[in-house]
Design a binder for this molecule. Sequence first.
Ligand code: 5GP
Ligand code: MN
Length: 324
Amino acid sequence: MIDIISEIGDSKRIAIMGHMRPDGDCVGACLGLKLYLDNALKDAKVTVFLEKPSETFSYIKNYGNIDSDYDCKEAPDVCFSLDSSTPDRLGEGLLIFKSAKKTICIDHHISNRGFAMINHIEPEASSTCELLALMFEDRYMDKEVAKALFTGIMHDSGVFQYSCMSRRSFEVVGRLCDYDFDRSRIIDESFYQKSYVQNQILGRTLLESILFMDGKCIAGSVDRKTMDFYNITYKDLDGIVNQLRVTRGVEVAIFMYEIHSLEYKVSMRSNGKVDVARIATLFGGGGHVRAAGCTMNGTIYDVLNNLSLHIEEQLKAIEDADDR
Ligand code: 5GP
Ligand code: MN
């Protein structure tokens, strides 16, 4: 674990950043660390640089103070990279990160090779927020910090459901529950609740999804035209891949949306047999064994052909091992 406060020492300019298209863990970690440092440090300036997150996270304190213009005039003394598996995933933040005197990376992606001066990477952790919670001292914690970290652990574990939730993860959540905030409301409003149009696009994608490889694989996609028609962004597509994943018999779910003509952002989810991080890494992406992503070129059929080759290969290897 990193002793965050002593690593900062008497540094005055602190930057915090996370990955592009920030999810709940990324937003919770960045704001949680800012809130914690604001409580702990007397006269340091702590800034979160992050692509604008979904409004669903606006209940986390300091959401409104996120700098999404990356307006950083002076190089930071210390820069934290949270929940980002590679420097490239910092997007516009990368330049600020590179300019910092000291860099600290805290993450739980198996594909993270440790790109900062100080690194704490634990692929077994449920979330980056779990790791932060373990580094945070009680005396600088408060309800707002707890809400931020709770959000991150809850989102990355599918409401504490996935196997990434260890005894330690539950203990961390237990400690956060000592603080008085409305947990059920946060779970409902930030995880489950969808707008009408988000539900429409979910329904449409499920309706048009294709099942292949003997029902072991399911895929759904949303093209640019449809996104324009519903006037939605990628933030409205959250959760679709998880709904595909819970189709009975499915080992791998693939969801993709068109970023540019013939370029797709791909999300994969595995029910345990297939290591989707390995496949995503082959195509320049990364992630976790059961949840990973990458960007791929071609038509949706090109994407599916390329991916299914590797999925089949892994499933075949398991079958062969079972036969032996
Ligand atoms: P999602 O499918 O929810 O976008 O992402 C699932 C996991 O894969 C997340 O942990 C995310 O950080 C990672 N991931 C998604 N897309 C990419 C990508 O393009 N590159 C890398 N390195 N990781 C990704
Ligand atoms: Mn995460």
